[in-house]
Design a protein around this ligand. Structure first.
Ligand code: 5BU
Length: 280
C-alpha cells in the first residue's frame, strides 16, 4: 500500500479513525487549501477582522486566545460564526504541559473554556502519557483531537532525537485521541519496534515556521517555504502567521487577502507535486 505521503487528502480522510482528523482532511480537500493561519494579535476586533478576511483561503485557524487583551466569550461566539461562514476548523495552540488533572481543568474551564470550541489543541509530551489521558478525559467525549509537539521550529529546540521518538510512541499508544504532530517532517514509523503495527499509521503533520519572504525573525523563529515543508519534508498543513498579516495593527484587507491566496496556492501546488499530480 502507498504511504500517506503520496495519497490524496481525500483518500486519507476516508480511512482516518479520528473524527477531528477526518474533518480537517475533508475541509482541506473541499477548499483545496492546506493553509492554517495563525492569528497572533492582541485586540479582538483585529483578531476577528483578520479571520473574516483569510477565512475563504484556509482549512484551519490557529489561535492563542490568552493574548487577546479585550477577550470575553463573545469573541468565541463570533469565531464560531466565522468558522461556519467560511468552513474552517479551529485550533487553539495552547501547548499544554502539566499533570493530567491540571490540564483537564485548563482545557475545560477557566476564562477560555477551550474544549467547548476548539476542534484541535496541542500538548508538550514532556510530562509523559498522563497528559494525553488528562486531556482525553475532556476532549474525547466532545470529538476533539490532540496534536503532540514532536519538534519545534525554533533555533536550538530541545525537541529532537530520542525525545521526538518518544513523542511518536506516546501518540501511537493513544491513536483514538492523538491524530498527529506539530513537527517539521513526517513521522511515519518513527521510533517503531518490530511489534508495532505501523502499516496503517497516518499521523497528520502540521508545521509552523513557514514564510516565503524571510528566513526567520530576531527571536529564534526559523522559516522554510511551503515547497520545503510540504513537498520535501512531507508535512500536511502549513501554519503561517506574520507572513500573511505582517506586524499587525490596522488590517489592510486586500493585502491580507492577497497574501492568504498566495500561501494557499503555494501550499496546494507543493502538495500536488508531492503526490505526483500536475496542477489543474
Ligand atoms: P509566525 O508569525 O508565522 O512566525 O507564527 C508562528 C506561529 O506558530 C506562532 O503562533 C507560534 O506560537 C507557533 N509555533 C511556532 O512558530 N513554532 C513552533 O514550533 C510551534 C508553534 Br510548536
Amino acid at each position: 500500500m502507498s504511504s500517506p505521503r503520496t495519497q490524496t487528502y481525500a483518500q486519507r480522510a476516508a480511512k482516518n479513525p479520528n473524527a477531528a482528523a477526518r474533518a480537517l482532511l475533508e475541509v482541506i480537500e473541499r477548499k483545496k487549501s492546506n493553509l492554517c493561519v495563525s492569528v497572533d494579535v492582541t485586540k479582538r476586533d483585529e483578531f476577528l477582522n483578520i479571520i473574516d478576511t483569510v477565512g475563504p483561503y484556509v482549512c484551519l485557524i490557529k489561535t492563542h486566545v490568552d493574548i487577546i487583551e479585550d477577550f470575553d466569550l463573545s469573541v468565541i461566539e463570533y469565531l464560531k460564526e466565522l468558522s461556519a461562514k467560511h468552513d474552517f476548523l479551529i485550533f487553539e495552540d495552547r501547548k499544554f504541559a502539566d499533570i493530567g488533572n491540571t490540564v483537564a481543568l485548563q482545557y475545560s474551564g477557566g476564562v477560555h473554556k477551550i474544549a467547548s470550541w476548539s476542534h484541535i489543541t496541542n500538548a508538550h509530551p514532556v510530562p509523559g502519557p498522563s497528559i494525553i489521558t488528562g486531556l482525553a478525559s475532556v476532549g474525547k467525549p466532545l470529538g476533539r483531537g490532540l496534536l503532540l509537539l514532536a519538534e519545534m521550529s525554533t533555533k536550538g529546540s530541545l525537541a529532537t532525537g530520542a525525545y521526538t521518538e518518544e513523542a511518536v510512541r506516546m501518540a501511537r499508544a493513544h491513536r483514538d485521541f492523538v491524530f498527529g504532530f506539530i513537527a517539521q517532517r513526517r513521522m511515519d514509523g518513527v521510533g517503531a519496534t518490530d511489534t508495532d503495527d505501523v502499516a496503517d499509521e497516518d499521523f497528520l503533520i502540521l508545521t509552523p515556521g513557514v514564510g516565503l519572504d524571510s528566513r526567520g525573525d530576531a527571536m529564534g523563529q526559523q522559516y522554510r517555504t511551503p515547497k520545503e515543508v510540504v513537498t520535501e519534508s512531507g508535512c500536511d498543513v502549513i501554519i503561517v502567521g506574520r507572513g500573511i498579516y505582517g506586524k499587525g495593527g490596522s488590517v489592510d484587507v486586500q493585502a491580507v487577502q492577497a497574501q492568504a491566496e498566495r500561501y494557499r496556492k503555494e501550499g496546494w501546488a507543493a502538495y500536488l507535486e508531492r503526490i505526483g499530480q500536475a496542477p489543474s
